[in-house]
Design a protein around this ligand. Sequence first.
Ligand SMILES: [Zn+2]
Length: 195
Amino acid sequence: METSTKIILAAGTTALVIGGIVIYKKRHEIFDTVKMITTKNYFTIKEMIASDTAKKLGIDNTPSEDVKANLQSLITNVLNPAREIYGKPITVSSGYRCPALNAALKGAKTSQHQTGQAADLVPANSKGSLAEIFAACAAVGNYDQLIVEQNAAGNKWVHVSYDPTKNRRQLMSYVSNRNPQYINITVDQAKQFLA
Ligand SMILES: [Zn+2]
C-alpha cells in the first residue's frame, strides 16, 4: 500500500516538482548536495528488519528507536527516490542486522547494517535490472556508500547506505573471492559489472 508523506522544507530551501518527485536545494549549497525526495512510500520498517536467518537461528532482530529512525531516514532519503526513478519493485534482501545476526551472516564488524543505515537491494522479479537499481541509487546522489557486491556463489546485489552526518558518496565494488577487497569504481564500471 502506498502512503503519502508530508515534506517539510527548511527555510531558505527551494523546491521543484517533476513527475511526482520533489527536488529541493538549500540556498548557498553546491550542486552535489541536491536531494531528491518523493512523496510516495514504497518500503516499510517491517521489510527492513525481516530476516530468514534470524528466524531460523532464533535471533531477535527487533530494532531500537534509534535504529528505526535510521531505517526511516534511509527509506526517505535514498530508497524511495531510487525506487521512483527505477520504476519497478525492489526487494530488500537484507536491511537491519542486530549484532548477533550480523555475526551469523559474517558481515563486516563495522557494517552499517547494524545501525539501520544500510540495505541490500535486488530486483523483485525477473523483469528487473540490478544495473538499473544501481544507476537509480547513484542518480539520487546523497548516499554514503553505494557498493556492488558479489558473494562466493556468484550472487550479486546493490548495497546502499545513508548517514546524515557523513554522506561520503563512495562508489565501490566488493567481490567475495580469494582476495576480497573494496575497489573504487565509476557508475559505468558498476553497470558493466552488473549487466
Ligand atoms: Zn549490505
